[in-house]
Design a protein around this ligand. Structure first.
Ligand code: DHB
Ligand code: FE
Length: 286
């Protein structure tokens, strides 16, 4: 049986990818950001997953306004790194896990969640920046350490899914993974956030208090946090702060939500600024 051993949460700011790709990580501004991931890079060496189920959002890269899936699971054998306007990031292509992905699609759809099945998709900074943060910079000709199942959530075009639905979906994903007949060590990652607004009169909005309270509640009482309405995210954490609903998918897949023991907080980090965003990062172990 496959097991979810840990969940990882992190922001996915594209400028972090650019800082890595352009060799700027030593600059004081970026050093303070990357310092928060020193522990994480060591931790993941000691906790190597067999597969990562990576919840992220596509930023109008693979999906345009022509087709807007609310939840999309990548079932392909591989996913190319997207060109977001400056050429693809110089990182390895993403290898999928079609068999586990198909199994999860089967289980979760029969559990009444309508997933879009995607057999071809390029992956943007929402997915590659978290991989770079956790595994460090890698030769584009090499490979990421393990297969990744991309799971894209629409948080770009309203209506977007509620935190409550995301939390329930995480529980269905846990059930799906635990019914897979191979002893895989699976991590689930929730990405995006924390507070940021990239547009309009409030562009640049950051809310440290709200973000830290979100982290507290995500750890201690995610079922209650999942009840938070969209308007609170947008008002308090900015228009792009809504990306945080994706963290509730990963949290909903943790053991305590299914009646098991509480997760152990292996790491917690918060830093402002990185580009226009407050960077939040958490590692929870089952
Ligand atoms: C920024 C953050 C994001 O989450 C994103 O998708 C694009 C830009 C930023 O901070 O600049
Ligand atoms: Fe984003």
């Amino acid at each position: 049986m496959a097991r979810i051993t840990a969940s990882v949460y992190t922001s996915h700011v594209p400028a972090i990818g650019a800082a890595l790709d352009l060799g700027k990580t030593h600059e004081p501004y970026w050093q303070k950001v990357f310092a928060g991931y020193d522990f994480s890079k060591r931790w993941i060496q000691d906790h190597q997953p067999d597969v990562i189920f990576l919840v992220y959002n596509d930023h109008a890269t693979s999906f345009s306004l022509e087709i807007i899936p609310t939840f999309a699971i990548g079932t392909a054998a591989e996913f190319a790194v997207a060109d977001e306007g400056w050429g693809p990031r110089p990182v390895p292509m993403v290898i999928g896990h079609p068999d586990l992905a198909a199994h999860i699609a089967q289980s979760v759809i029969q559990d009444d969640f309508d997933l879009t099945i995607v057999n071809k998709m390029d992956v943007d900074h929402g997915l590659t920046v978290p991989l770079s943060l956790m595994f460090g910079q890698r030769d584009p000709q090499s490979a990421w350490p393990c297969p990744v199942i991309p799971f894209a959530v629409n948080v770009v075009q309203y209506p977007v899914p509620s935190g409550r639905r995301c939390f329930a979906l995480g529980q269905a994903i846990r059930k799906a993974i635990e019914s897979y007949d191979e002893p895989l060590n699976v991590q689930i990652w929730g990405t995006g956030g924390m507070s940021h607004q990239l547009q309009g009169p409030r562009a640049g909005l950051i809310n440290r208090e709200w973000d830290n309270r979100f982290l507290d509640r995500l750890i201690a009482d995610p079922a209650d946090l999942a009840q938070l309405p969209h308007i609170d995210y947008v008002r308090e954490a900015g228009s792009e702060g809504i990306e945080l609903v994706m963290w509730l998918i990963a949290r909903g897949a943790m053991a305590d939500v299914a009646g098991g023991p509480r997760p152990r907080v292996a790491h917690r980090f918060y830093h402002v600024p990185a580009s226009n965003t407050a960077v939040g990062h958490l590692i929870l172990e089952n």
